[in-house]
Design a binder for this molecule. Structure first.
Ligand SMILES: C[S@@+](CC[C@H](N)C(=O)[O-])C[C@H]1O[C@@H](n2cnc3c(N)ncnc32)[C@H](O)[C@@H]1O
Length: 302
């Protein structure tokens, strides 16, 4: 991508770019994936966009808001905001509508964000953050947000990305990350075994599945930030958790499906064995009343 493009006035994808987009995709077991050198482990098709939309709604409701950093007043007055790995762009779009005086930019290596139907103060750029960093000058943004990138980076990459986020933040600006788990609360023996397989799968791809346990340490290690604050939500994930728990269960089922194409290859099982593993997993979630934990980490740039 051209880093010199004016990112406040972006119309990145036009009809002519569609052929180019198709070149970037590959199909594995009927799911569409990125066709880049990235190890990113999840698909980027319509089903995945639905999964991201559902997770956005569920997490916003669980936390009661879209972010934990104390930036509401500044957003109301007008600041510059970046969302790294924005996916389908829901976080950017919603905040751009809520805060019309602020400017929101989403970047993602996969062009699944909207190009036409978006507020004037929202823009999107196709960009792989591991490929030359973020295409912005230092000290550009007042707030940088990044949500659910656990399937994207190795530990070394996390360090690079967090430093890169600190670089583009203005002094005193806020960085905020949201990540999951990695383990269920109250998990039974089968869930533990399934999680071990996930760890193996992520490790085999050089990815850091337990980033939620390491993120604060990495942020501290950069010495770029003041005190890192953490906000958690422990969310019931089955019928035992009422309507919300049932929706979380649907989301988890979509997530196991999203991982299936790549996982089946790496852990060397059949489709039937994979489905059985998750049927047992979901039964055990009900039996043990398991929950999933999401954590937000936020801090001010020094
Ligand atoms: C699980 S999705 C989360 C999307 C969004 N943050 C949300 O919460 O809905 C992770 C996103 O990160 C993007 N991604 C993965 N690796 C990336 C990279 N190296 N540079 C930019 N985006 C990346 C993927 O394309 C995907 O859209």
């Amino acid at each position: 991508m051209n880093a010199n493009k004016n990112y406040y006035n972006i119309s990145m994808q036009s009809i002519e770019d569609y052929d180019d987009i198709l070149d970037k995709f590959r199909i594995i077991n009927n799911r569409r994936f990125h066709n880049t050198t990235s190890n990113y482990a999840l698909p980027n098709d319509e089903i995945e966009i639905g999964r991201l939309e559902l997770s956005h709604i569920l997490l916003k409701n669980a936390f009661g808001n879209n972010f934990s950093s104390p930036v509401h007043n500044k957003l109301r007055d007008g600041i510059s905001v970046l969302d790294v790995g924005c996916g389908a762009g829901r976080w950017v779009l919603e905040n751009a509508e809520n805060y019309p005086k602020s400017t929101f930019v989403g970047i993602d290596m996969s062009p699944i964000f909207p190009t036409d139907d978006k507020p004037q103060n929202a823009g999107f750029i196709e960009c792989n953050v591991l490929d030359g960093g973020l295409p912005f000058p230092s000290n550009t943004f007042d707030f940088v947000h990044q949500k659910l990138l656990y399937a994207a980076f190795s530990e070394k990459h996390w360090l690079l990305v967090i430093k890169e986020i600190a670089r583009v933040l203005k002094p005193s600006g806020y960085a905020e990350f949201m990540e999951m788990g990695p383990l269920l609360h109250n998990s039974g023996p089968h869930a533990k075994k399934t999680h071990e397989k996930f760890f193996r799968y992520y490790e085999a791809n050089g990815l850091c599945f337990d980033i939620a346990d390491k993120l604060k340490g990495i942020m501290d290690y950069t010495k770029c930030f003041g005190e890192v604050k953490i906000e958690n939500r422990i969310i019931a994930t089955g019928k035992w958790g009422g309507n919300f728990g049932e929706l979380m269960n649907i989301y988890l089922r979509m997530s196991s499906e999203a991982s299936s194409a790549m996982m089946i290859k790496v852990i060397n099982c059949t489709r039937q064995e994979y489905d059985k593993m998750f049927e047992d997993y979901f039964m055990e979630i009900e039996e043990f009343k398991s929950s999933i934990v999401y954590k937000r980490f936020y801090a001010q740039k020094l």
